[in-house]
Design a binder for this molecule. Structure first.
Ligand SMILES: C[S@@+](CC[C@H](N)C(=O)[O-])C[C@H]1O[C@@H](n2cnc3c(N)ncnc32)[C@H](O)[C@@H]1O
Length: 284
């Protein structure tokens, strides 16, 4: 979201299925899920009482989370614009789509350069219902959606190849998703498999909640989310996030607090954000 305006807490329905609810999909409303908690922080309406409870507990631990998620959306828009306009990327694989909001990847990419292709991936049934309705192909370019888990790289790559040309550069976007893969599940290997499948000249863009910005507040927020949310979180330090870019060429300014990654205004640069962000190119 590009707006610098104050975040509004979501005023959402209580236990009512979101628009586009498909009874055939199993949507568990009794436990908080990250896509819906994130939607709540962004001021969306596609969340339930359990999501709002977890979202509020997190806000009490780290009040700037509502600014952090907006800074994350602004970072996403800046990276996509950079990749399409400056790096010449025409294909995007965005894993961990989230419930559609302002400045979705295909909108930013296709308005920067018409014809860009975007494949979204998520494993949340609420995201799926919205994605089917909103993340559609149009005159501006092809868009597709895959219902898959980040851990299942084989399925993601097989399905993405139906839309994307893997002989040409692809930007892999992992925005605020890797925190849901704990160290025992080897997130470095998962990222490595994805990067291994794309040709030189491809890019990797990552944002990741920080363990070493606002240390105490973030630790308390993690503890609360891990108690209340279905998807567990592991926040990471700058060094740990930088390791995901191993073997790649980091684009300036490297791995930084993401509001400091090529901000377009003083307000963007000053935004509170307890997340690291970076973009890197796969060399020849
Ligand atoms: C915090 S939201 C971030 C949304 C968006 N990428 C952004 O940065 O604005 C995380 C998203 O990742 C999805 N997600 C979490 N774990 C996942 C997994 N293992 N596989 C696929 N999607 C996952 C969630 O459903 C949610 O939509």
């Amino acid at each position: 979201m590009d707006s610098d305006g104050p975040p509004a807490a979501a005023e959402a329905r209580d236990g009512t299925p979101p628009a586009g609810h498909n009874a055939a999909l199993s949507i568990d409303t009794s436990v908080a899920h990250v896509a819906r908690v994130y939607d709540y922080w962004l001021g969306g309406k596609d969340n339930f009482a359990a999501d709002r409870r977890a979202g509020e507990q997190a806000i009490q631990a780290y009040p700037d989370i509502v600014y952090s998620v907006r800074a994350n959306r602004a970072f996403l828009a800046r990276t996509v614009r950079y990749l399409a306009k400056e790096a010449g990327i025409r294909q995007f694989l965005d894993i961990g789509t989230g419930i559609p909001t302002a400045n979705n990847t295909h909108e930013v990419a296709q308005s920067a350069v018409p014809g860009c292709r975007v494949v979204y991936v998520d494993n949340d049934p609420v995201v799926l219902t919205h994605a089917r309705a909103l993340l559609v192909s149009g005159d501006q370019g092809l868009t597709n959606y895959i219902d898959a888990d980040l851990r299942d790289t084989e399925r993601i790559l097989d399905q993405a190849a139906l839309t994307l040309d893997f002989s040409q550069p692809i930007a892999i976007m992992l925005m605020a998703i890797l925190q849901h893969i704990d160290d025992a599940e080897d997130p470095l290997a998962i990222v490595g498999k994805l990067i291994g499948a794309v040709p030189p000249g491809s890019y990797l863009a990552i944002s990741h909640p920080a363990a070493d910005i606002e240390r105490e507040a973030m630790a308390l927020m993690a503890e609360r989310l891990n108690r209340l949310m279905a998807e567990k979180v592991t926040f990471r330090t700058r060094d740990q996030v930088a390791r995901f870019f191993g073997g790649l060429e980091l684009v300036e300014p490297g791995v930084v607090q993401l509001s400091k990654w090529r901000p377009r205004s003083g307000a963007e640069s000053a935004a509170a954000a307890a997340l690291w962000g970076g973009v890197a190119r796969k060399p020849a």
